[in-house]
Ligand binder design. Structure first.
Ligand code: PMT
Length: 396
């Protein structure tokens, strides 16, 4: 329910991706937004207004001269109450008109008369997208402060392959949700670690753990949504990098340590979410260890550097946030880690909740006490954590 109370005007222009706008309406409603659809004439050749009316539960507008609007000013009435105007799919023609300020139908008139943020999700053939005229228009839209979402690359309805596919409806909804997050970290720099580390034993084997990176990537995403400049140092995971986040891939704890120490200067916040292996093999065999080589191998382990403790011990450290994954006695162990690492805030989670899943249950521990967060999806916990970090930064 991330869009509760938000009124979204959805413009649909003519293009085969118009059928995806139906799913978009469904997802927006699922997030509790109220959705009001405006279609161009071309769009109604692909999907009928009835579909959008049924899905949104609201009348659909296609005509500037619609007699249902008492004052005949649909373009003003619709935009004045909107929290955002989203056009998906946005055709090359629509982008060109919007860049030029042309108002020749209900949607383009509404766009010109709006007093709310405008987002467009382009969808067109790859040659149309690459055409210098379209690129000029998109640059103009960006300069005018309009949010251009996508397009993505891939198979196109015309059979060609390239840039120009509309973003998927869930990606568009995620962009809208991000837009509405409070910008509590505007102007701040945040560095995070995420995922596991892999400590090689020989060329094909190693020591690692079950961290998926989901929690760290969610926090990177939430920090970016909150306006921060975010760098994410990640161990080997298969997560998608959140839009706008700079990602640095590493494998071992030593590489993670080096990547963090190289980038730590000038950071306002450091969040250690990674499950860094505490130990690594003292030596890595340069050839695969064979069973027939003899007895059970004796692998000597040495300590990895403690990245978080080292960052916290810098002369002017950023605000340091740690994580503690425990199987029992969460409060006692988390507090003990917070004290040992000399950090102001630690996030405690039970391993049975934290590793790999989409949801988590966490408790924040800081000087003011314990703060259990509402259990749920990792992105929602991440947003709550970012709010607490912003408060601590303010009071620093
Ligand atoms: O990735 P997911 O599947 O979403 O799972 C998320 C998670 C369970 C891995 C995450 O929520 C979590 O709890 N991460 C920390 C795991 C842990 O208990 O780490 P630790 O006790 O070894 O370390 C405590 C803190 O010191 C952590 O912030 C860790 O990043 C940091 N640390 C630890 C060792 C080390 N050498 N360097 C470090 O920076």
């Amino acid at each position: 329910m991330e869009l509760s109370g938000k009124r979204i005007v959805l413009g649909v222009t003519g293009g085969i991706a118009a059928y995806k706008a139906a799913e978009l309406v469904r997802l927006l409603i699922k997030q509790d937004a109220s959705v009001h659809v405006v279609m161009t004439d071309a769009a109604s050749h692909f999907v009928t207004p009835v579909t959008f009316q049924a899905l949104s539960g609201n009348p659909v507008f296609t005509d500037q001269w619609d007699p249902r609007i008492a004052n005949n000013m649909a373009h003003i009435d619709l935009s004045r109450e909107a929290d955002a105007l989203l056009v998906a799919p946005a055709s090359a023609d629509f982008l060109a008109k919007t860049a030029a300020g042309i108002a020749d139908n209900l949607l383009t008139t509404l766009v010109l008369a709006r007093d709310c943020p405008l987002f467009v999700a382009p969808a067109m053939n790859r040659q149309m997208w690459e055409n210098p005229a379209t690129q000029r228009n998109v640059a103009t839209l960006r300069n005018d402060g309009i949010g251009v979402l996508g397009p993505a690359a891939g198979d196109q309805a015309c059979g060609e392959v390239g840039q120009g596919r509309m973003l998927e409806p869930d990606e568009i909804v995620a962009e809208l949700i991000a837009h509405f997050q409070p910008k509590v970290l505007a102007g701040r720099k945040v560095l995070l670690t995420a995922g596991p580390t892999f400590e090689a034993i020989d060329p094909v084997r190693g020591i690692t753990n079950l961290s998926s990176g989901k929690m760290g990537f969610a926090i990177a995403c939430a920090a970016q949504e909150a306006g921060a400049e975010v760098t994410l140092v990640s161990g080997p995971v298969t997560q998608q990098t959140p839009r706008g986040v700079t990602r640095v891939d590493v494998t071992s704890g030593l590489e993670m340590h080096a990547a963090v120490m190289e980038r730590i200067s000038g950071q306002d916040v450091f969040v250690g979410v990674a499950a860094v292996a505490d130990y690594r093999p003292e030596a890595i065999a340069d050839r695969k260890i064979k069973k027939e080589d003899g007895a059970t191998p004796d692998i000597r382990l040495v300590r990895n550097p403690d990245i978080l403790a080292e960052v916290a011990a810098l002369p002017a450290p950023p605000l340091c946030v740690g994580f503690a994954a425990e199987s029992h006695d969460l409060a006692a162990y988390a507090e003990r880690k917070r004290m040992a690492k000399k950090i102001p805030l630690i996030v405690g989670n039970l391993i049975q909740h934290g590793f790999g899943g989409d949801d988590n249950t966490v408790v924040l521990f800081d000087d003011a006490g314990q703060w259990p967060l509402t259990p749920g999806p990792k992105i929602q916990l991440a947003r709550q954590l970012i709010a607490r970090i912003a408060t601590l930064l303010e009071n620093r």
